[in-house]
Design a protein around this ligand. Structure first.
Ligand SMILES: Cc1cc2nc3c(=O)[nH]c(=O)nc-3n(C[C@H](O)[C@H](O)[C@H](O)COP(=O)(O)OP(=O)(O)OC[C@H]3O[C@@H](n4cnc5c(N)ncnc54)[C@H](O)[C@@H]3O)c2cc1C
Length: 432
C-alpha cells in the first residue's frame, strides 16, 4: 500500500517565540508574598535586571528582584537573540562630538567589548543557551555605504576591536544573499537563545543568593521614611536602594520616567528548519546580520536550523495572514534558495527606543536609578550595563559606569511621537 505523507500544519496565527522550544525549564521562583526587606530592589527580570541582580549577589550585596510575568517574558524573550557589539546610529568617531572625546571613547570601548563580555559571562556560569560567537555583520546595500564601512572598520580596529570589512563577493558567499555590496564584520558578536540566556542568568543569581520573584507585578512604588516601599498584589518590599529595569514599564513606576521612550513594535519569525542545500548557501559560516536599510532586514540561524528574522510593524501590513505573507516575502526577497519559504513561528515584540539611540542610565535621586537601554539592540549592551550598575552600587564608584547617568528627559510631543516609529516604518516599507 502506498503511504501518504500528511502535510505538516503550519501556523496561521501569532505563536509564542521559538525560544521556548529548547530553552529548558524556567527556574523556580515564587510569587512575592508577605513582607520583605532588602538593600537593593531590582524591578524587571529581563537581561538588564537579571545581570544587575546576578552581579550584585556575586559581590555579596543583598538583592531582591521582582518580575511581573516570567523571567525573559519582556523584550528579552521576544528578541532575535543577536549579539551585536555595534552602535545603532554612530561610529567610534561620530560619537565623540556628541558625548565628548573621553565619554565617547569610553562608550565605544563598552559597546565594542560587549560581545566578548556576553560570551565570557555565559562561559563563566556554564549557561546553556545555544551561544554561538560566530560574528555579527552589518551588510551595506550600496557601494557608497560599503566604501564608508571600510573607514568604520579602521575606526574600530585602530581602537583594538576585532572588526573588519568584507567585500561584496565575500558578503554574498557568507550570507547567501545577492543584494549586498560589502559588510562590517564584528568578530566577537554572534547569537544566542535569549530566553535560555536570561533563565541561566537567573539560576546563577539564585545560586549566589539573589532572591528572585516571578509573577509579581509592582502595583505601587513610593518613597517613605527614607526607604523605597514597593507593593505587589500580595507582597511588600522595603528597600534602601532601587534599580528600575522594567524597560517600557519604567514609565508607570516613577513619574520622572514618563514619556522618556517610544514604542517600536516588531514581528520576529522563524522559518521551518532549513534543508541541507539551504544550509550550505544561507549563512554557511554561521553569524548574524542586520542590514542598514530603513526597513531593516536581519538574519541568523538557531541550533535547530530555523532561520530567524524580523520586520518592523508598519501601517502597510495588517492581520495575521498579512504578517505571514510579509515574513515569506522578506525571505524570498533576500534568499534565492528559498523560493517557497515556510514559517514555523511568528510573534510580536515590543522594543522601546529613546531619541538618542544610545544606552541611557537615569539618575532619579533618592538612591534610585533606571536603565533604559533597549533601542531594539540591548542583548549585549544591557548585559554589560547590568554588571556595571552592580559594581557602582557595590562600590559607590560612579566611574564603573560607561554611560554617564543623567536626569530623564521626556520626549517632546510624546503622544504624537509615539506614532512616529510605525509611521517611519510605513514609509520605509514603501521604498523597500
Ligand atoms: C522583537 C524584538 C527583537 C529584538 N532583537 C534583538 C536582537 O536581536 N539583538 C539585540 O541586541 N536586541 C534585540 N532586541 C532588543 C532587546 O531585546 C532589548 O533591548 C533587551 O532585551 C531589553 O532588556 P531589558 O531587561 O531592559 O527589558 P525587558 O526584557 O523588556 O525586561 C523588562 C521586564 O520588566 C518587567 N516589568 C515591566 N513592568 C513591571 C512591573 N510593574 N513590575 C515588575 N516587572 C515589570 C517586564 O515583564 C519585563 O520582563 C529586540 C527587541 C524586540 C522587541
Amino acid at each position: 500500500m502506498k503511504h501518504q505523507t500528511i502535510p505538516r500544519q503550519r501556523p496561521n496565527t501569532l505563536t509564542s517565540p521559538v525560544w521556548a522550544v529548547n530553552a529548558g525549564p524556567a527556574p523556580r521562583a515564587d510569587v512575592l508574598s508577605g513582607t520583605h526587606e532588602t538593600d537593593v530592589l531590582v524591578i524587571g527580570g529581563g537581561i538588564a535586571g537579571m545581570t544587575t541582580a546576578l552581579h550584585l549577589a556575586e559581590k555579596g550585596v543583598d538583592v531582591l528582584l521582582v518580575e511581573a510575568q516570567q523571567f525573559g517574558d519582556g523584550a528579552t524573550g521576544q528578541s532575535g537573540g543577536i549579539v551585536a557589539p555595534d552602535y545603532i546610529r554612530h561610529t567610534p568617531e561620530t560619537i565623540q562630538p556628541v558625548l565628548g572625546e573621553d565619554a565617547g571613547d569610553r562608550l565605544t570601548a563598552m559597546i565594542g567589548g560587549s560581545g566578548r563580555h556576553v560570551f565570557d559571562l555565559i562561559h563563566r556560569h556554564g549557561i546553556e543557551c545555544d551561544a554561538r560567537q560566530d560574528g555579527f555583520y552589518t551588510p551595506a546595500h550600496t557601494d557608497a555605504l560599503a566604501a564608508q564601512q571600510q573607514d568604520y572598520a579602521r575606526q574600530w580596529s585602530s581602537r583594538g576591536h576585532k572588526v573588519s570589512f568584507i567585500d561584496a563577493a565575500h558578503a554574498r558567499r557568507f550570507f547567501g544573499a545577492e543584494r549586498y555590496c560589502g559588510a562590517l564584520r564584528f568578530e566577537e558578536g554572534g547569537g544566542l537563545n535569549p530566553l535560555a540566556f536570561v533563565r541561566g542568568l537567573a539560576r546563577a543569581a539564585q545560586r549566589n543568593g539573589a532572591r528572585l520573584h516571578a509573577g509579581s507585578p509592582v502595583t505601587r512604588l513610593e518613597r517613605k521614611d527614607g526607604y523605597w516601599l514597593c507593593r505587589t498584589p500580595i507582597g511588600t518590599v522595603r528597600a534602601q536602594r532601587l534599580v528600575l529595569a522594567a524597560n517600557g514599564g519604567n514609565a508607570a513606576l516613577h513619574p520622572a520616567m514618563r514619556r522618556t521612550s517610544l514604542p517600536l513594535h516588531v514581528f520576529q519569525f522563524a522559518s521551518m528548519p532549513l534543508d541541507a542545500a539551504q544550509r550550505q548557501t544561507i549563512l554557511p559560516r554561521g553569524g548574524a546580520f542586520t542590514d542598514k536599510v530603513p526597513y531593516l532586514f536581519t538574519a541568523r540561524l538557531d541550533g535547530l536550523g530555523h532561520l530567524i528574522s524580523a520586520f518592523p510593524m508598519s501601517f502597510m501590513v495588517n492581520g495575521d495572514a498579512g504578517y505571514y505573507r510579509e515574513a515569506r516575502r522578506r525571505l524570498k526577497q533576500h534568499f534565492g534558495v528559498m523560493p517557497e519559504p515556510e514559517i514555523d513561528y511568528l510573534w510580536r515584540g515590543l522594543a522601546w527606543v529613546n531619541t538618542s539611540f544610545l544606552p541611557e542610565i537615569y539618575d532619579l535621586g533618592d538612591q534610585a536609578i533606571a536603565i533604559q537601554a533597549c533601542n531594539g539592540r540591548g542583548i549585549a549592551t544591557n548585559t554589560v550595563i547590568g554588571s556595571e550598575v552592580a559594581t557602582m552600587l557595590a562600590t559607590g564608584d560612579r566611574d564603573a559606569l560607561s554611560v554617564r547617568p543623567r536626569a530623564p528627559q521626556p520626549v517632546r510631543f510624546h503622544a504624537g511621537a509615539a506614532l512616529l516609529p510605525r509611521l517611519l516604518m510605513s514609509l520605509a516599507y514603501l521604498t523597500n
